[in-house]
Write a protein that binds this ligand. Structure first.
Ligand code: NAD
Length: 366
């Protein structure tokens, strides 16, 4: 297989972690006889500095001409602390999602057994948790019009809009995913209050007749937020709107223990974008402290869902699992029981994953 990958390293720890994504793909190429070629493109603060634009047209063209996109993160503290700055890194990210029609954000919540202690939930609640979130990413209240503040500043308006088409296209992806898993789909809405949620529920109910094997549960967002930490094992695939998904997936990320462990995919009908869920972490940038595993696991997601390379994807996940079993940790997932010599920096953890991949593929290295 021959694939072209656009790398948008972005800001902060973005460059430190994406280089391990690239090295992981290069090794997959070597071990499985595929060829991956890489093209760097600008986004975020790095793009503003170089061109004055958080997402130059050249970056959009590069993404559109590639087979998959690897993104680090965008954002720097100078923007967070000065809302008056009109050109901002995150505008690049929103424009990218819209330009590429990335309407589905997929976030798997997988807990590596060795890290159950890193979660704030009791270990027995976390046994066998495996959730796949489908969050709608280009509609809902984050994009609806009108959205404004009255002239005297005393009233603000946001609008939640969903069309049947928008619900159908993400629901189709979620139903299809459920068919390949435990065949349980939770659809999360607020249909007891919101008209857009009543449409959401109606569409899911209509579509459920096409997937008779999938057990569909409708759940209100407030109950879902509670059930997620009470009994996360009950969930298999969860489909929900933009804002509800934003909140629920951040809550779910804590089930896995650290932001540094969770990958994500944003997909539409064309090229897909793969990125760790964390931000640019300027507090640790340039210090070799960033956990590269969320980015490396994003590559596993890319290989599986974008290119159908399941075996290659599994080797990466198994290599992460093996490295954790061997006791290696980055600072964010270490605890008081971790021996000092097992606490690794970004580079050392990256190297460890590569040697675990080699060991899994070629037993003579073990
Ligand atoms: P953050 O995710 O960058 O960091 C939160 C905390 O988690 C920090 O203490 C950080 O050091 C730690 N952390 C994050 N990733 C880590 C990793 N891989 N390894 C070890 N520790 C890690 O969130 P924040 O501090 O709220 O935001 C920082 C910047 O990132 C802001 O400018 C924000 O706008 C931006 N941001 C970007 C994205 C994105 O690009 N998708 C997402 C969220 C935040």
């Amino acid at each position: 297989m021959n694939k072209k990958i656009t790398v948008l390293a972005g800001d902060g720890i973005g460059r430190e972690v994406t280089q391990w994504g690239v090295k992981t793909l290069e090794l997959v190429g070597e071990l499985f006889n595929h060829q991956f070629t890489f093209q760097d493109a600008l986004i975020g603060h790095a793009a503003i500095e170089a061109t004055g634009n958080p997402l130059p047209d050249a970056s959009i063209s590069a993404c559109k001409a590639s087979d998959a996109i690897l993104l680090g993160a965008v954002g720097m503290p100078m923007y967070d602390n000065d809302p008056s700055l009109k050109i901002r890194p995150e505008q690049g990210l929103l424009k990218l999602r819209k330009s590429l029609g990335l309407y589905t954000n997929i976030r798997p919540i997988i807990i590596f057994k060795e890290l159950q202690g890193a979660s704030s939930l009791k270990s027995e609640v976390l046994d066998d948790v495996d959730i796949l979130f489908y969050r709608e990413l280009t509609g809902g209240i984050y994009f609806g019009a009108p959205r404004h503040r009255t002239d005297d500043g005393s009233k603000a308006i946001d609008t939640m809009v969903y069309t049947k088409m928008e619900v159908e296209r993400i629901a189709r992806k979620a139903f299809e995913a459920a068919m390949t898993r435990r065949k349980i789909l939770h659809s999360v809405d607020k249909a007891n209050v919101l008209e857009s949620s009543r449409l959401w529920r109606e569409v899911i109910q209509e579509m459920s007749t096409e997937y008779p094997e999938v057990r569909v549960h409708h759940m209100f967002i407030d109950n879902a937020a509670m059930q997620l930490i009470l009994n996360p094992r009950q969930f298999d695939v969860v489909v929900t709107g933009n804002m509800f998904g934003d909140i629920l997936t951040d809550e779910a990320s804590q089930i896995a223990g650290s932001l540094g462990m969770l990958p994500s995919a944003s997909v539409g009908d064309e090229v897909g974008l793969y990125e760790p869920i964390h931000g640019s972490a300027p507090d640790i940038m340039g210090q070799n402290k960033a956990n590269p595993l969320a980015t490396i696991l994003s590559i596993a997601l890319m290989l599986d869902s974008e290119f159908g390379l399941k075996e290659e994807s599994k080797v990466i996940i198994d290599a992460v699992d093996l490295s954790l079993k061997l006791g290696y940790r980055t600072g964010d997932i270490a605890d008081e029981t971790t021996p000092a010599d097992k606490i690794l920096g970004t580079k050392e953890m990256g190297d460890q994953i590569l040697s675990s991949m080699r060991a899994i593929c070629t037993p003579k290295y073990a």
